[in-house]
Design a protein around this ligand. Structure first.
Ligand code: SF4
Length: 487
């Protein structure tokens, strides 16, 4: 498949629409409009949210977190789970209520939900308040789509704008980005997925795998480092298949090593890795690259081979554990996190027990656990699912209990140690240090260790956005507490 890369001249056209929209929006509101941008779901969606903000900023928008103040409310949605969708419909209801009270407000919905036919049909039928709907493939066209919306949103000429055509996807470079987080940044290296896990809607809404060119990724990484970003997360639905589309001349381990070799004071993470495509070459790069965090998110989903086959995951329990074993031997101190689905259609108690035993064997630092939720259009949505919801909830709680036991072990013996923490901002008063007096001239701060452990600590507010050595005084409830010893 040849990848459709949007040409620079097309991006120029979009910039021209930004300038024209700036004029139209000023005319419409009589002042710079206020935009609310809310992104749901994965890190990729958060990054898309920053791109949406970047484009809206070029149209002269200012930003608000309150729907009561918003002239434009834009929701970048996630389709992975049913409850996330229901939440978005609830939020759209609130925005509609606002719109009824304030004429001239615009509502837009984009992201993975927008790309699903049943969702866009429902929006057409039941949410006439939504002016603009577009899928992930059309993100780079937001200026043009908003332009059409503005032309058609005039009283008497009202027509809603939809761009949700099925597509294998595109790559568009040079979309302006306004990053909300100045310390940590997601850096997409590829888009889409070719795997078709039977429960997953991503390949249906995000298109086929397509990799950005290494020079574009490295240029963006250099820009982030120069801007003071300290944590770069390389993003993709399956980063391990980076470059398989044959145009990049580099595979993922080579790209990771190239990014981690850039000069500067930063560290690198990556997500998400598919175990099938994870190689020893990748583990070797982690082992020899001091800037790559020793925390590896490797979603297993189930510990049972029959369930893994039904999920179309293309690896066995033994192959997964073999990779974990190699990583533990090769990268001293490496930690693992994972995703697990409980109650996949047809899963039995015995099969679920295999997941529990795998969790114990790996010893994950933390897990993202979900009860199976059928997604329209996927194979698993049509599979027999005889286990009652109550039973699945019991299994789910059992898994949480096992994980709690495993995860707590990482916190044993931490008191008295000094750890490197990336300080992300101010800490929450109700956290692990609640009730303790903040030393004069210091602030309550929070950050994360290389392994992803959350730490609250006292230190100089100038530490925010910097790496800090923190002496741990307390380790409880899956959090560390302490005080900065320098910086
Ligand atoms: S690898 Fe599987 S779970 Fe991950 S995005 Fe692709 S289809 Fe979905």
């Amino acid at each position: 498949m040849s990848i459709k890369r949007i040409e620079a001249v097309e991006m120029e056209v979009q910039r021209a629409f930004c300038a024209e929209n700036k004029r139209l929006l000023l005319e419409r509101y009589g002042r710079p409009p206020k935009a609310l941008v809310r992104a749901f779901g994965c890190a990729q969606n958060m990054d898309d949210g920053d791109k949406i903000r970047g484009m809206l900023a070029q149209m002269g928008c200012q930003f608000t977190d309150s729907v009561e103040e918003a002239d434009i409310a834009l929701y970048n949605t996630c389709a992975i789970r049913e409850n996330a969708e229901q939440k978005v419909f609830g939020i759209l209801g609130q925005a509609t209520h606002q719109k009824e009270a304030r004429r001239g407000m615009l509502i837009a919905l984009c992201g993975c939900m927008a790309q699903q036919k049943e969702v866009s049909d429902r929006l057409k039928k039941s949410f006439p308040s939504v002016d603009l709907v577009f899928g992930p493939h059309a993100l780079y066209k937001l200026p043009q789509l908003l332009h059409e919306t503005l032309l058609h949103a005039a009283p008497g000429a009202r027509r809603r704008v939809y761009d949700t055509e099925d597509s294998d996807g595109v790559i568009a470079e040079g979309i302006p980005t306004l990053r909300t987080d100045k310390v940590r940044a997601g850096l997409p290296i590829m888009y889409g997925c070719n795997n078709f896990c039977t429960y997953c809607v991503v390949p249906l809404v995000r298109g086929r795998e397509r990799s950005r060119m290494p020079e574009d990724i490295l240029a963006e990484a250099r820009g982030l480092i120069a801007a003071g970003v300290k944590e770069i997360t390389l993003l993709g639905q399956n980063v391990n298949s980076y470059g398989r589309d044959g145009e990049t001349g580099m595979d993922f381990p080579e790209l990771l090593e190239a990014v981690a070799s850039l000069p500067g004071d930063f560290w690198v993470r990556f997500m998400t890795s598919h175990p099938r495509d994870c190689t020893r070459k990748l583990i070797d790069v982690i082992a020899r690259s001091p800037k790559v965090c020793r925390c590896f998110h490797l979603p297993v989903q189930s510990g049972n081979d029959r369930v893994l086959r039904a999920m179309n995951r293309h690896y066995t329990r033994a192959q997964y554990l073999d990779m974990i074993r190699y990583a533990k031997e090769t990268v001293p101190g490496i930690r693992f996190t994972s995703d697990i689905i409980v109650g996949f259609p047809g899963e039995t108690r015995e099969e679920f027990a295999d997941t529990l035993s795998l969790v114990r064997e790996v010893g994950y630092q933390s897990l993202f656990t979900f009860i199976f939720s059928p997604r329209p259009g996927t194979k698993a949505a049509g599979m027999d699912d005889p286990v009652p919801a109550k039973e699945k909830s019991r299994w789910f709680n059992e898994l949480l209990a096992v994980q709690k036991e495993c995860g707590m072990r990482f916190f044993d013996g931490m008191e008295g140690k000094t750890v490197k923490v990336l300080c992300e901002g101010y800490g929450k008063e109700k956290g692990i240090l609640s009730g303790e007096k903040i030393p004069d001239g210091q602030a309550l701060l929070m950050g994360r260790t290389e392994e992803g452990m959350v730490a609250d600590f006292f230190g100089d507010a100038a530490c925010i956005g910097q790496f800090v050595q923190v002496k741990v005084t307390k380790a409880q409830n899956f959090a560390l507490a302490g005080a900065a010893v320098c910086g």
